[in-house]
Every structure is written in structure tokens, then in C-alpha cells.
Design a protein around this ligand. Structure first.
Ligand SMILES: [Zn+2]
Length: 200
């Protein structure tokens, strides 16, 4: 239990006093997300569909969430793609104070990027940017697609990541991980509460 440290601990920047910097959609994030979309759209047979980047590039299926994870140098990228019902427990506008509070808390979590990933502590990863736009609720199906970039000062130690976001998501039946690292490019399905994804 002591061998690993939550990435989100690093975002609290206890000693430096600085807060998380929200970088405005860095070009390399856009590039890598585009690579994700291309690679997995082609591999999953979506290439004949609308290929507008940034729009829904996966199927909207209740219970099915996707984690796109890429390691490029010292940068670890995570994109979550989840139906609203698996984030909130419902997929409509909130109807009472309790539901409004639930939405507020979920959005704060997604915007802050904490408790998303856990990595080996000696990889020394810190959240560098979070890119979150709340979907419009109450107009039909809705998806959450936040993106995060972590800077790791010892990326060689990144032999695994754990997608702790799954502990907060609701009623997930299938979690697919699409992984791109210098050593690997593969898909993995997490089952039975499994969180860990090997990166090597
Ligand atoms: Zn839906």
C-alpha cells in the first residue's frame, strides 16, 4: 500500500504553493488525441463514419466506458469517454437539490483531475493540465470526455497505471483501455473491479 502514490496527491502542490495550471488545450494534446481517434477509429471500423475530430469517436453505450492512455516521453495522457449515466447515475437534467449537488461534485472531480489515475510513486507524476467541458444535460444522450496530461519526472518507473476513476464511475459493465506507449499499442478490457493497466 505504500509503494504507490496517487497522482492526485501531486496536484495539491503542498510545498510549492502553486496550483494546477490549466493549459489551454496544448497542441500536442490535440495531436495525440487525433492519433487516438485515427488509430482506434480505424481499428474498430469507425473510419467510414463522420470523422470530425473532437466529436464522439466512440459508441455511446450505457455501462461502457473507455480510457485512452498514451505515454509520450515524460508525458502521460488520459482521456476518459463515459456516458453521463455512468458518471452521474442519470442522464437528464437534475431534478432536485440532491441531484444538482451530485452534478456539481462530479463536475468538480472531472475538472480537477484528482482520483483519476494512480501510478507508481517513484514515477513522480504531476497533473499538468485538465481539459473538461460539461455536457448539456436534458437534451438526450450525453457523454463526458475529459482529458488530462501528467508530467512524470521519472517515466521509466511508469510500469503500470491504475484507472481509479472506475471507483467513482457508476454501474460500469465494461471498461476498455486503449493504450499507446513507445513499447505497446493495445486494447485491454478491465473486468471485475480490476484497475491496473500494465504499460510495458
Ligand atoms: Zn445515453
Amino acid at each position: 500500500m505504500t509503494t504507490a502514490n496517487c497522482v492526485h496527491h501531486g496536484t495539491r502542490s503542498s510545498s510549492s504553493g502553486t496550483s494546477v495550471r490549466r493549459l489551454p488545450n496544448p497542441a500536442w494534446v490535440v495531436f495525440l488525441v487525433a492519433v487516438f481517434i485515427l488509430v482506434f477509429a480505424v481499428s474498430r471500423g469507425f473510419a467510414d463514419e463522420d470523422d470530425t475530430f473532437g466529436h464522439e469517436h466512440g459508441k455511446h453505450e450505457h455501462g461502457a466506458v473507455t480510457f485512452n492512455i498514451a505515454l509520450d516521453g515524460d508525458t502521460l495522457l488520459l482521456e476518459l469517454d463515459a456516458p453521463a449515466i455512468n458518471v452521474l447515475g442519470f442522464e437528464r437534467a437534475p431534478r432536485n437539490d440532491a441531484e444538482r449537488k451530485l452534478v456539481t461534485n462530479a463536475h468538480a472531480w472531472l475538472a480537477g483531475g484528482r482520483e483519476m489515475l494512480r501510478v507508481p510513486s517513484n514515477a513522480a507524476c504531476r497533473l499538468q493540465s485538465a481539459n473538461f467541458t460539461a455536457p448539456k444535460l436534458g437534451t438526450g444522450h450525453a457523454d463526458y470526455q475529459p482529458r488530462y496530461a501528467f508530467r512524470c519526472s521519472n517515466p521509466a518507473a511508469l510500469v503500470w497505471v491504475e484507472v481509479w476513476a472506475l471507483r467513482k464511475l457508476k454501474e460500469v459493465e465494461r471498461a476498455q483501455v486503449n493504450l499507446i506507449t513507445p513499447q505497446a499499442q493495445r486494447q485491454q478490457t478491465l473486468q471485475g473491479g480490476e484497475l491496473r493497466v500494465p504499460l510495458k
